[in-house]
Design a protein around this ligand. Structure first.
Ligand code: SIN
Ligand code: FE2
Length: 217
């Protein structure tokens, strides 16, 4: 089969794949919105560019980050926190576009979490080799709301662990347009991303972008 035929073949992956109780992968859920998402992203990045933040331990993260929404997740030598302002631009983060908010709301509802109203969207940029080590999302005040995580660009291997760091993670391939949602009993599961393999995505080039929607307050 030629590459062209493969690209035009129907997506035979199941449209919803359970990862654990309270956690599901919605395959291709963001695909129809890709043009809008990319246009909004370029506006966001023009106002608050990607930067490599530093962990409290002094480690420069391989993933470059920015945010949109009323709160943005940041890390520096003093710790992890949510901040209403972009510390580099010294002004508020760009607003969360209505299409972002609506996509996150619909994905959460599809996964069984009705009424999701995110106030924070962390934008992660992975270039080849970038990775995210296993962690829990626990800087939010309210663990009642799920995490909604949108993948764009190059495929990645998502590591989805248990409630203890030592639990062996399952591996899921995340492709352009896929959305992972985890909440309820899965809300505090450890997760991460394996080092990004090099490649060229038709729309996004040599990178993967992840949008992580959260209710921080
Ligand atoms: C994160 O946990 O913040 C990022 C997850 C991902 O890039 O898929
Ligand atoms: Fe996370």
């Amino acid at each position: 089969m030629t590459a062209d035929l493969l690209e035009n073949a129907p997506d035979v992956r199941p449209s919803q794949q359970p990862m654990a109780e309270g956690a599901v992968l919605l395959r291709g859920f963001a695909k129809s919105l890709e043009a809008d998402l990319l246009a909004e992203l370029s506006d966001i990045v023009a106002q608050s560019p990607f930067r490599h933040m530093v962990t409290p331990g002094g480690h420069r993260m391989s993933v470059a980050m920015t945010n949109c929404g009323s709160l943005g997740w940041v890390t520096d030598r003093s710790g992890y926190r949510y901040d209403a302002r972009d510390p580099e631009a010294a002004r508020p983060w760009p607003a969360m576009p209505p299409s972002f908010r609506e996509l996150a709301r619909q994905a959460a509802a599809q996964a069984g979490f009705g009424g999701f109203s995110p106030d924070a969207c962390l934008v992660n940029r992975y270039q080849p080799g970038a990775r995210m080590s296993l962690h829990q999302d626990k800087d939010e005040h309210d663990f009642g709301a799920p995490i909604v995580s949108v993948s764009l660009g190059l495929p990645a291997v998502f590591l989805f662990g248990g409630l203890k760091r030592a639990d062996k993670p399952q591996r899921f391939r995340l492709e352009h347009g896929d959305i992972a949602v985890w909440g309820g009993p899965a809300r505090l599961r450890f997760h991460g991303v394996a080092p990004l393999a090099d490649g060229e995505h038709a729309l996004m080039g040599r990178q993967r972008i992840n949008l992580t929607f959260r209710k921080a307050r």
